[in-house]
Ligand binder design. Structure first.
Ligand SMILES: Nc1nc2c(ncn2[C@@H]2O[C@H](COP(=O)(O)OP(=O)(O)O)[C@@H](O)[C@H]2O)c(=O)[nH]1
Ligand SMILES: [Mg+2]
Length: 489
């Protein structure tokens, strides 16, 4: 009897180990793309998401966790050896330090694998057995690179025509002045010349940079790598600019036009296509982050431009209609989130309103791109709260304020901050009707001071004695639930 018991327990162990290995082998992986323009909040988002998942708390709207079906969440080596690893530990250390700081900006693609051990929901349990594994591969990549994908469909001539027309739009013309002057002096038929190529690319890049600054906050800016080069900066594939098409016979091979067209094509072949094939085409789910408050603050032109960028982005996710999509057999993205980040710059009474505004911009973009094929949702969130809330009195009025410590060097009117002083600001109210918020009249008014102040991250508190601090967030769990909740059902 004893022998039998021993035998059977080791047999059971073997069996359990075999099941483990099988589960590991067949553990599905979900690739989640996290993108957005520089400073939109990707690094902070991923760090907070992973930290909150691993701590297993403070995510009440993430159903698998709320239902207590997640047994364990841990980091594992990522599947792609050639992609830098996302520096989760470094970023977390900064955010949870005694003197917390925002992590440094990244200018590259990176990846992180998070593995979930979970119990399937009641429906699936009978079919699948007790415990399951799922890998979540989070891919952080610059939104600037995403906005390049539509270029795959354009010839040099088409892209030039579009770019030059855009630079001449009244909202962009002031920023484009120098560039347009350079263009006026440049003839497509002139002999090719490396110095002209370099100088033109530089002036064109300066124009794109001006468009990106807070004051303008434009989103449609190509070529994206001119702003976010990754590791290819300075190569000839990056040294080109749009040109006015010469009429009449095709310009000769040694013309500036031919040189620029060749480089544009190299940029597509050596930069955009590999990104598409190696990264973009392998994603299952996507979240696009945008600093919507800054865009709204910059005014109607910036909002219109965000809408244009969002339709362009949606165009990239359309199945089967892009000729270049057929070149690679990709996975299909079936859920897309647009998220307005830094919602902690508003009082919580305004979070729904911010979400409604982004929802309306998304709706317009969907209509404009005639988009079908994936579910799209808009959320307003803060990955890491930098503010608290308070009420101020002004006469008989009670003003809902946010309270935080502006970063050293930030200014509000004539006041400069030292990074220590706490400030309560009434950030203003967004209109209840999102259509009103997007009306030119309202956007013209220039609403809130709070958005022009960046806050230091707060000192994060631990939930229990001796535990490590938890990053507090706003509505991160709701976005997460839509992005991956169903994959853990
Ligand atoms: N108040 C607040 N600021 C944020 C939040 N997330 C990001 N930020 C700010 O935005 C900056 C850029 O964020 P980061 O994640 O580095 O952007 P990335 O370039 O898209 O990776 C940070 O340094 C912060 O100043 C947030 O949840 N709340
Ligand atoms: Mg980053």
């Amino acid at each position: 009897m004893a022998l039998l018991e021993r035998w059977s327990s080791s047999a059971l162990e073997t069996l359990a180990r075999a099941q483990d290995t099988a589960a590991q082998m067949f553990a599905p992986s979900v690739r989640l793309g996290v993108t957005g323009l520089s400073r939109s909040g990707k690094t902070v988002f991923i760090t907070s998401l992973v930290h909150n998942l691993m701590a297993g708390n403070a995510l009440p709207f993430f159903e698998p966790l709320a239902q207590k079906r997640i047994l364990r969440t841990y980091l594992e080596p990522q599947p792609d050896d050639a992609v830098p690893r996302f520096d989760y530990e470094g970023n977390l250390a900064k955010l949870t330090a005694a003197e917390p700081e925002w992590p440094e900006g990244t200018r590259q693609i990176s990846e992180l694998r998070l593995t979930f051990e979970y119990a399937p929901g009641a429906m699936m349990r009978r079919a699948l057995g007790a415990t399951r594994l799922m890998h979540l591969d989070i891919v952080d990549y610059p939104g600037e690179w995403l906005l390049d994908l539509p270029l795959l469909d354009l010839t040099f001539e088409e892209w030039s025509r579009q770019s030059i027309a855009m630079a001449r739009e009244p909202s962009r013309e002031p920023a484009a002045k120098e560039w347009l002057a350079f263009l006026a002096e440049t003839n497509a038929r002139q002999k090719k010349n490396e110095q002209t190529a370099k100088q033109g690319a530089e002036i064109f890049t300066q124009y794109l940079r001006k468009c990106r600054d807070d004051a303008l906050s434009f989103s449609s800016l190509t070529p994206g790598r001119f702003l976010m080069p990754g590791d290819l900066a300075g190569s000839p594939a990056f040294t080109f600019f749009p040109l006015e098409a010469p009429g009449g016979a095709a310009p000769p091979d040694n013309s500036l036009w031919a040189m620029m067209a060749r480089r544009f094509n190299s940029y597509k072949r050596h930069v955009i296509q590999p990104f598409y094939r190696d990264h973009f085409a392998r994603l299952d789910r996507q979240i696009v982050l945008a600093d919507v408050l800054t865009v709204v603050n910059a005014g109607a032109d910036a909002v219109a431009d965000l809408e244009r960028a969002m339709s362009d982005i949606l165009g990239c996710f359309r199945h089967g209609q892009n000729p270049w999509h057929a070149m690679f057999s990709g996975r299909r993205i079936d859920r897309i989130v647009f998220a307005a980040t830094k919602a902690d710059h508003l009082h919580h009474t305004n979070h729904d309103r911010l979400e409604a505004i982004l929802g309306l911009i998304a709706k317009k973009s969907i209509a404009r791109a005639n988009f079908t094929g994936a579910e799209v949702k808009a959320f307003a969130l803060a990955s890491v709260r930098a503010t608290g809330e308070a009420e101020a009195r002004q006469g008989n009025d009670r003003l809902p304020c946010i309270v935080g410590v502006p970063l050293k060097g930030e200014r509000l009117g004539s006041r400069a901050f030292d990074g220590k002083e706490q400030l309560a600001i009434f950030p203003g109210d967004l209109p209840e009707d999102p259509a009103l918020a997007l009306s030119p009249e309202w956007l013209k008014m220039g609403h809130s001071a709070a958005h022009f102040v960046r806050f230091r991250p707060q000192r994060q508190r631990a939930l229990g004695f001796g535990e490590s601090p938890v990053l507090s967030h706003i509505r991160l769990d709701r976005a997460l639930n839509f992005l991956i909740g169903d994959k853990l059902s």
